[in-house]
Design a protein around this ligand. Sequence first.
Ligand code: PEP
Length: 262
Amino acid sequence: HHPDRSTVWVGPPGRQVPIGPDTFTFMAGPCAVETAAQTLEAAQMAASAGATILRGGAFKPRTSPYAFQGLGLRGLEILVDVGRATGLPVVTEVVDARDVAVVAEHADMLQVGTRNMANFGLLQAVGDAGRPVLLKRGMTATVEEWLMAAEYVAQRGNLDIVLCERGIRTFEPATRNTLDVSAVPVVQATSHLPVITDPSHAAGRKDLVVPLSRASIAAGADGIIVDVHPDPESALCDGPQALLGTELRELAAAVRRLPPVL
Ligand code: PEP
């Protein structure tokens, strides 16, 4: 029932960053917060490449229970300190409804990841939290199911929702997931909500981040969110998809060469 596409504002008063049809929002940061130094370095790389929102995982939803699960509350505190030091609002994932209050107390935007897109209790809890929400598409979800997940948040009175296409499972093993670029205009035809893409988590390979970012812009995405790490080889999470600072700046330049579809 919204005739115009919405803009979602992220960050504290005076430092709010728009995500919506009149702009192209570039978000970057480490996949996981590992140490204060690593997070600060990644954030400085993000800021110097022109990113306006810092991403970073403190609670990590890993496929294997034996993999690094994130630093939890300590990671959240590091991320927020680094966000303040670099002047960037922060987005971070919340994986459990019991953690929503503490994450909302610290972060500027709450992320619901692909594995939790249909966790309706979590969606309702983030809907109640009074923070903008970044809702990733479930890796096996249809666009309709994804939009219905957004309704769970909206139903609680929170319309500050940004949708994020992050790749879906297909028969093609060449990439970890297939970035469904068509989802961008499909969503925009039915929903007023901003939609961005995550080329890093889609492909799982850094060599595809630039072409997928360019494809996202060409398809009309309202932004991208990408991983950066000062030393991807030692990353505790998803190193192969993380860009170095120079590569992030090259990405920013490649992205700037393509005018957004407004
Ligand atoms: C992430 O962004 O850190 C993440 C785990 O993403 P996804 O839920 O898309 O896998």
